[in-house]
Design a binder for this molecule. Structure first.
Ligand SMILES: Nc1nc2c(ncn2[C@@H]2O[C@H](COP(=O)(O)OP(=O)(O)OP(=O)(O)O)[C@@H](O)[C@H]2O)c(=O)[nH]1
Ligand SMILES: [Mg+2]
Length: 244
């Protein structure tokens, strides 16, 4: 029988005390063999004590360097320290369904190097964010096409899993070109991944944040535009002028 491949669920968090302990205990109940790695950017709330009080095996609450705050930076550091065969990255506010983690793991076991969670229903985003997300996707897709890289139907997704070895190398060699304070880590990983990687997908329904507050702000929109090639950087300059 083939050996079971190990997996770490990476949870980037910032001030998620209303969600994080529930996320961790629900994930542990569903996936007792998986490791959980919380990449916390010095939350000012009770996130750390609530998770530590659970006292689960293979759950690590990692407090990041204060001068390196950023969602993309947190996921990247999580991938490089995960130490398992696979990783799955997801938000800590229940917008990504927990059952999707197991489906991503199953696809990775079939031999895909990257498995992207595709949002099949974006109602939770509302009209404005949905339209914005579509526009960003079109720009990002054209950037990947021009660079001869693999694409996906949802390049802006925050739910994805991959081979830890492949993506640790991508980050080690190209992390200095990533938009580390941005939110769209998948786009940077795909931009710099080897062109021959095998990309799989699963679909899921994107939910509403369960508790706490969104961390999205105009700066994140600006940083996402900057990730989208020459056209994106052109619009980013106008966007910055409008919002600063
Ligand atoms: N480590 C770390 N995590 C962050 C940071 N900003 C946001 N996060 C986490 O990243 C995930 C996504 O952030 P959200 O604010 O939910 O962004 P979103 O899902 O695009 O926006 P909403 O739909 O409004 O919730 C959540 O788990 C946050 O706690 C950050 O600077 N550092
Ligand atoms: Mg969210």
């Amino acid at each position: 029988m083939a050996e079971k491949r190990t997996c770490t669920v990476i949870l980037p968090t910032f001030n998620e005390e209303e969600n994080i302990a529930k996320m961790v205990s629900s994930l542990k109940e569903m996936y007792p063999d998986f490791c959980i790695l919380i990449m916390d950017d010095n939350s000012a709330d009770r996130s750390k004590e609530l998770v530590e009080a659970l006292n689960f095996r293979d759950v690590r609450f990692f407090v990041r360097a204060p001068d390196d705050k950023g969602l993309t930076a947190s996921t990247c550091e999580g991938i490089t320290i995960a130490g398992t065969d696979f990783f799955v990255n997801m938000d800590s506010d229940f917008q990504h369904p927990l059952e999707a983690v197991g489906r991503i793991y199953d696809e990775l076991n079939k031999g895909f190097d990257l498995v992207v969670g595709i949002r099949s229903d974006r109602k939770a985003l509302g009209f404005k964010r949905s339209a914005g997300s579509w526009l960003f996707h079109a720009l990002a897709s054209s950037v990947l096409f021009v660079h001869g890289k693999r694409r996906s139907k949802d390049i802006m997704s925050g739910l994805f899993g991959g081979s830890t070895a492949i993506f640790s190398d991508v980050i080690k060699e190209n992390g200095n070109k990533f938009e580390m304070k941005g939110f769209k880590v998948l786009l940077d990983l795909m931009k710099f991944a080897p062109p021959e990687i095998r990309v799989g997908e699963i679909t899921y329904e994107f939910g509403k944040r369960m508790g706490g507050e969104s961390k999205v702000n105009p700066k994140i929109v600006y940083l996402t535009l900057r990730q989208c090639g020459i056209v994106g950087r052109f619009f980013a300059r106008f966007y910055k002028a409008l919002f600063s």
